[in-house]
Design a protein around this ligand. Structure first.
Ligand SMILES: Cc1cc2nc3c(=O)[nH]c(=O)nc-3n(C[C@H](O)[C@H](O)[C@H](O)COP(=O)(O)OP(=O)(O)OC[C@H]3O[C@@H](n4cnc5c(N)ncnc54)[C@H](O)[C@@H]3O)c2cc1C
Length: 538
């Protein structure tokens, strides 16, 4: 097989990139995706999220190394292995982050990645249900839904309590400022998940110029000297190769892209030599600088009905199922995260450092390996969740053998910096303060998790370590920067020291952004397409 460009991975960034590269009809693009089709009922139904969480048919389902910061536990890391990648299994919250996050990207030596630069890309990619303005786009390929008139009534109590706790209502969490409590916009269209595959890849394939091969697991990049010439991949038990006339672009995500680079001989020299992998170029940063958001939920039994009341009984399931099938609306058409927000854990900070989630549903009963959102607790309940915005700890990802099918070792180093645990401690105290406000206190019957007996800093920190985990935003493992001594790709996303090879996915973030990472990953895909087209302009 041969194409002008080969994209490895049809995830959030890969799909957006395929669309951009073929927009003017000049190039032929081959997209190789390890997973299969997204034509599955529970992928398209937004609340089907719960059904995909542990499904190994469409999820890489990684387990991290035991982490001291998580009380010695291994954390579960779902990642999409399907057309659309993680955007086909995620919770669909649409957040772009703070302007300052991107100013930090530019300040790290990456011209063209500041807030004004990326805002232009965001606006072009969006089709916001509320229309476009100086901060939002309309008419773009990605549908962003405003569901504020469809949320569960308990979310109103959450918003009122936030106001009582001093966190004002923010009508637009992607607006001029992030601080405040509000309702998340979500990436759905007419009640269906609007993954990157649906927004970008399908239209691009229809237009022409893109060939997608599913169940194609890329095992390594092929080189002629220091120039990437193609890739090797496994399909149906056979090893095949594909040739890139111009470039190979890795878009395998923050776990798999560093893995593929390392397997291909680009990574920490000593590690690769120890595993018998021929070194193409030594770069100690491949797989390093891993950043992720950690989260924890506080869960309450409620005096008022929650989604548990309709999603648990058979008649409720039937009702919401029919509602969804007939009208495309109701709980199945929404994310489990409805209420949200951002706040600062201390008054000194000028920007929020903590994110909030309000879920009008609880699943305290199931154990490991289950996330039955459609069979929640047999009593009304809701959860208030937290996740950090810009944690300071850094983890890493590295291969442990030259077997491309072996999972890499993921070391999150959760709460590996004292600031991270301190801000989470302050945040859980705020969460309890929020829950004690009249609008919530009046409807809370009891705190189920961690439970009212857990008090005092030591016990709260122990609970944080015991119960918290990833909120599925790993990034920065092939970070962008001008210097090969501290980065993997340059500001045009070219792998340092190699020709014809770029990276375009969440692994290139120089720092994680304050918020969910799907929108930024898609933005990176589009921006990569712009840069590549510029560099190959006749
Ligand atoms: C459970 C969950 C919930 C989330 N919720 C939200 C949310 O509500 N809002 C939000 O903004 N973000 C959310 N995220 C995060 C967001 O979806 C990801 O950050 C984003 O999708 C990452 O995009 P990416 O392009 O970097 O990687 P991915 O979208 O993961 O794409 C990588 C693709 O590459 C493929 N691939 C990997 N290795 C190979 C190989 N060797 N050969 C061929 N193909 C390969 C993968 O199968 C995958 O399709 C969530 C993520 C998860 C997992």
């Amino acid at each position: 097989m041969e194409a002008d460009f080969i994209i490895v991975g049809a995830g959030s960034a890969g799909c957006a990139l395929a669309d951009k590269l073929t927009a003017d009809g000049r190039y032929r693009v081959l997209v190789l995706e390890a997973g299969g089709s997204d034509r599955r009922f529970w992928v398209q139904v937004p609340l089907g999220y719960g059904k995909l969480f542990y499904d190994k048919e469409l999820n890489w389902a990684y387990a991290t190394a035991a982490d001291a910061g998580l009380d010695g536990r291994s954390d579960y890391w779902p990642r999409g292995k399907i057309l659309g990648g993680s955007s086909s299994i995620n919770a669909m919250v649409y957040i772009r982050g703070q302007a300052a996050d991107y100013e930090d990207w530019a300040a790290a030596g990456n011209p063209g990645w500041g807030w004004d630069d990326v805002l232009r890309v965001y606006k072009a990619m969006e089709d916001n249900e509320d229309g476009g303005d100086e901060l939002h786009g309309s008419g773009g390929p990605l549908h962003v839904s405003d569901v504020s008139d469809r949320i569960h009534p308990l979310c109103r109590a959450y918003l009122a309590a936030a106001e009582e706790a001093g966190l004002s209502f923010n009508p637009d969490l992607n607006g001029a400022h992030q601080a405040g409590a509000g309702i998340y916009e979500i990436t759905t269209f007419k009640g269906r998940r609007n993954s990157a595959a649906r927004a970008f890849l399908y239209p691009a394939v229809k237009r022409g110029g893109v060939e997608t091969v599913t169940n194609a697991h890329v095992t390594r990049v092929l080189f002629e000297g220091k120039r990437a010439s193609g890739v090797e991949y496994l399909k149906g038990g056979e090893t095949r190769t594909a040739t890139a006339r111009r470039e190979v672009i890795l878009a395998g995500g923050a776990v798999n892209t560093p893995q593929i680079l390392q397997l291909s001989g680009i990574g920490p020299g000593a590690l690769l030599q120890a595993l018998g992998i021929a070194l193409v170029t030594s770069n100690a940063n491949v797989g390093r600088h891993l950043q992720d958001h950690l989260g924890i939920n506080y869960t309450y039994r409620s005096r008022q009905p929650s989604l548990n009341n309709v999603l648990r009984p058979w008649w409720g399931k039937l009702m919401v199922g029919l509602q969804y099938l007939i009208t495309g609306s109701g709980p199945l058409s929404l994310s489990l995260n409805q209420g949200g927000g951002f706040f600062s854990t201390d008054a000194e900070r000028t920007k929020p450092n903590m994110q909030l989630y309000m879920q009008a549903i609880t699943t305290t009963v199931p154990g490991v390996g289950e996330r039955p959102l459609l069979t929640p607790d047999p009593f009304p309940g809701f959860s208030l969740g937290l996740s950090s915005c810009r944690p300071r700890a850094r983890g890493f990802i590295e291969i442990t053998s030259d077997d491309p099918l072996a999972a890499p070792r993921i070391v999150p180093n959760a709460y590996g910096h004292a600031d991270d645990i301190n801000e989470m401690l302050a945040a859980v105290k705020f969460l309890r303060h929020l829950a004690s406000m009249p609008s919530l206190a009046s409807i809370i019957e009891e705190e189920l998790l961690p439970g009212p007996e857990v008090t005092g800093d030591e016990a709260l920190v122990h609970d944080i370590r015991r119960r918290s985990g990833t909120v599925y935003h790993p990034s920065c493992t092939c970070r962008m920067g001008p210097d090969a001594a501290s980065a993997v790709v340059d500001p045009r996303l070219r792998v340092h020291g190699i020709e014809g090879l770029r990276v375009a996915d969440a692994s290139i973030f120089p720092n994680i952004i304050s918020g969910n990472t799907n929108a930024p990953a898609m933005m990176v895909g589009i921006r990569a397409g712009e840069l590549i087209c510029e560099d190959h302009a006749p």
